[in-house]
Design a protein around this ligand. Structure first.
Ligand code: DTR
Ligand code: ZN
Ligand code: ZN
Length: 469
């Protein structure tokens, strides 16, 4: 039997921080200001990578000490900055003796809304790999350090990756994506790749330039007047392809490899028509002189812009997807009970259970006798905003796998998800329901806990929200 004691609620104004927020015009999401990434610092990382190659026979190939030392350098910086850093040995599909992938997660924001930013850290045997791909590696490292220094409130989650053994066939990234569970793969909203972003005779190329994922990357270079083009040369040739094969949206920047600049491109970007974007591609001359600092700066800043647009908390997820304001109101139950209807007495800071975030939640059923309790609200589902998520803690005295007590999520009375005492575990689990079928429509969403006559099951609900699909 549960007892409910609501603690005295804070005033709505205090909960919302009213009076401290800047005034924002109705319907306008405040623009997150992305920081400048210091290209001098990006180049300092490149210099370190170049020295590492110099101590290891002039290469950072995946199977050599130059690669392992590159991993150690990047890892040390990230750990000092507060990242959760993992070395992932590549145990299948990589060259024999290849070093590990390096994965670094900024441990804030929605773990089910992950934005990945990756670059291969290995070079070819022939040279130190400064443009290919010290450039992408160093730009991501300085972006990661900039994010940690700024430490903004996060909405989505940012995960950086430095891949092993790309030059032998995209092997490190392929191994990583294959090792994920399908739930982990579907938590990745987009993957962004950076391979050769400082080509001396380069162009401004965006992978999948017209896609939704590319929108912030393209918008940043558009704002500099660069008129970016599709990265046709690099299509299917770098680590974004590993993610693409699993249906994960991808984009990224590149400045080009051995293909030649056209006269139209030379006219709009400068440089030499009829010459390779990177004349030192896969050669020993891919050294510190083979870096286009202006291009590297523009790419580094566009990465920061994309991180801020997509993952930093402003109420705008930056996808330009019509999901800028959560259509679910008071989904965390922190601000009284409006606009929830139904058994609103279930909403509060009850003792005996705790909130997922904040102090309040909805505790449906949990009496040990026949009871049904619901909370509901009507929302309009924007087309770009169809992923319903909620956090549920199921607490039961039942045992076994028979469903005696159930929790249902319904849309206009149609059941979209059912859980039961058989799904009970310690703590909250985030659940997701696809509302794609309701895009553009108004729908009554309800959450219902029902118990049979004996042995309690409580369904503790918190943080209901609609996210970009
Ligand atoms: N993965 C690249 C191969 C590559 C070839 N063309 C392009 C253009 C833009 C980016 C990458 C590439 C390599 O590492 O060699
Ligand atoms: Zn490369
Ligand atoms: Zn290469």
């Amino acid at each position: 039997m549960k007892r409910r004691f609501a603690v005295a609620s804070l005033s709505l104004a205090v909960v919302l921080g009213l009076g401290t927020l800047p005034a924002v015009a109705a319907g306008t999401a405040p623009a997150a200001q992305s920081p400048d990434v210091d290209v001098t610092k990006v180049k300092a990382h490149l210099t370190e990578l170049h020295s590492i190659a110099g101590r290891n026979g002039g290469t950072r190939r995946s199977t050599g000490q130059g690669y392992r030392d590159s991993v150690a350098y990047v890892k040390g910086k990230l750990q000092a900055a507060g990242y959760t850093v993992t070395e992932q040995p590549c145990t299948s599909g990589c060259s024999s003796g290849a070093g590990p992938n390096l994965i670094a997660e900024w441990p804030h924001g929605d773990a089910n809304d992950v934005y990945m930013f990756g670059a291969h850290l290995d070079s070819v045997s022939a040279g130190p790999g400064m443009n290919d791909n010290g450039s992408g590696s160093a730009a991501l490292l300085e972006n990661a350090l900039t994010l940690a220094r700024q430490n903004p409130t996060m909405q989505g989650r940012v995960r950086f990756a430095w891949w092993t053994d790309e030059e032998q066939g995209l092997n490190g990234s392929d191994f990583y994506v294959r090792s994920l569970s399908s739930a982990q793969r579907s938590a990745i909203t987009a993957y962004y790749n950076f391979d050769m972003i400082a080509s001396t005779n380069g162009g401004y190329f965006v992978n999948h330039v017209t896609s939704a994922a590319a929108a912030p990357m393209k918008a940043y270079w558009d704002s500099l007047g660069l008129q970016p083009e599709e990265n046709t040369e690099g299509a299917g040739r770098s680590d974004d392809y590993s993610f693409e094969q699993y249906g994960i949206p991808t984009s990224g920047y590149a400045m080009g490899a051995s293909a030649r600049k056209t006269s139209a491109q030379a006219a709009k970007w400068g440089g030499t028509a009829g010459t390779s974007y990177d004349p030192c591609y896969h050669r020993s001359c891919d050294n510190l002189d083979n870096i286009n600092t202006t291009g590297l700066d523009r790419a580094s800043d566009g990465i920061a812009y994309t991180i801020w647009q997509r993952a930093v908390g402003t109420g705008d997820d930056g996808g330009g997807d019509g999901c800028d304001t959560d259509p679910v109101v008071n989904g965390g139950f922190e601000s009284g009970s409006s606009p929830w209807t139904g058994d609103t007495g279930t909403i509060g800071a009850h003792s005996g259970q705790s909130a997922h975030t904040g102090t309040r939640f909805a505790w449906l059923a949990g009496y040990g006798s026949t009871h049904t309790e619901s909370v509901a609200q009507t929302v309009t589902v924007p087309a770009g905003c169809t992923r319903l998520t909620y956090w549920l803690h199921i607490d039961t005295d039942e045992s076994g796998t028979t469903a005696y007590d159930t929790f249902k999520v319904k849309a206009d009375g149609t059941t979209l998800a059912t859980l039961s005492n058989a799904d009970a575990r310690d703590g909250y689990v985030q659940r997701t329901v696809d509302l794609g079928a309701y895009a553009g429509r108004q729908v009554a969403l309800s959450f219902t806990g029902s118990e049979d006559g004996s042995l309690q099951t409580g369904f503790v609900l918190d943080d209901v929200s609609l996210l970009a699909g």
